[in-house]
Design a protein around this ligand. Sequence first.
Ligand SMILES: Nc1ncnc2c1ncn2[C@@H]1O[C@H](COP(=O)(O)OP(=O)(O)OP(=O)(O)O)[C@@H](O)[C@H]1O
Ligand SMILES: [Mg+2]
Length: 383
Amino acid sequence: MAGAQKSLGNIRRNFDPWNDPAAKPLIEFDHVTKRFGGSVAVDDLSLGIYDREFFALLGPSGCGKSTLLRMLAGFEEPTDGDIRLGGESLKGVPPYRRPLNMMFQSYALFPHMNVEKNIAFGLRQDGMARSEIDARVEEMLRLVKLEPFRRRKPSQLSGGQQQRVALARSLAKRPKVLLLDEPLGALDKKLREETQFELMDLQQELGLTFVIVTHDQEEAMTMADRMAVMRAGKICQVAPPAVVYEAPTSRYVADFVGNVSLIEAEVESVSSGMATLRSPAGRIETETAAALTPGQTVAFAIRPEKVRLSRRAAEAGAANTLSGTVWDIAYLGDVTLFNIRLSGGETVRSTVINAARVAPEQIAWEEEVTLTFERDAGVVLAE
Ligand SMILES: Nc1ncnc2c1ncn2[C@@H]1O[C@H](COP(=O)(O)OP(=O)(O)OP(=O)(O)O)[C@@H](O)[C@H]1O
Ligand SMILES: [Mg+2]
């Protein structure tokens, strides 16, 4: 796996303290468990987040993301385990004494204060000089594009605008660590993308550490240095987005992040870095770093953009060549997603980039097609 990972991840910048055994994380969750009555929200979870890292938490509803942030912010105490910041335990430290700020999933704005006053609130409390407050509020208004709305009360704003006020308010104090729980959920797609890049610039510029919870995996992939995929209070995988996407370690992660086709198969033979799999759809020859034994049942996971689609008839017996019928076509503008039903009954997806505005010979429903892929296109998953 080490070889495969070398070329993945760290696309954005030269920042990978998690690969440095001497680097100490800024934030450490050390075997943290949180129980509410009989149910476990966070389950013996250990995780390190580094200074200046942009870290994203991803997972289905109810998996414990907000609970994890709330414990870090000090609004909940762990039932078991310890959370440390800069090497010091946060046990018993009240929220306002922690050098971090949290923007909540339900952003509570002060209803009687206008936008400016909402943003300035924390700064006033800290006794910052008037001129400095004004300058900071101005900067924040510009950042979230709310200059024209500065005198409005929250009730006079749309949901997305209110969310931007909350974002500006939590950024205004420039906390060392900023915890963001679904910060962009109410924004439309375009504004959301703009704000993502602005958040990234801001984080870099101010040297902050961000921990963000999001339902939107594209958002996590765009912004994060590393992301953690959670399930039922546990972390399944934590790695840079490209590693999670290209080298998932389980069916669950492969399926949760991005589009994937999972083909159930049996390991036929294994030799240095290569495996041959047998599936009802055909023979698969693939590179793999997994420790496999012949006879073992695995899933072969392959992303739709790595599957080529053609009308050519399949060569009999050729590996990595599957034949099937077009079952579904989804035109998405930039790409078209084809669902192909294989002879064994499984479905494999293939995306075709719409490079030309008018494609002369579009493949249509019910057509017989051949799918091919390279030996390094997919991942073998035992878990
Ligand atoms: N105060 C509480 N009392 C009892 N149970 C709670 C409490 N807070 C959270 N839970 C439970 O803990 C689990 C994790 O909740 P949490 O809010 O962390 O989920 P989440 O991952 O943030 O979900 P979402 O994506 O929907 O916001 C859920 O089953 C939830 O019902
Ligand atoms: Mg939540």
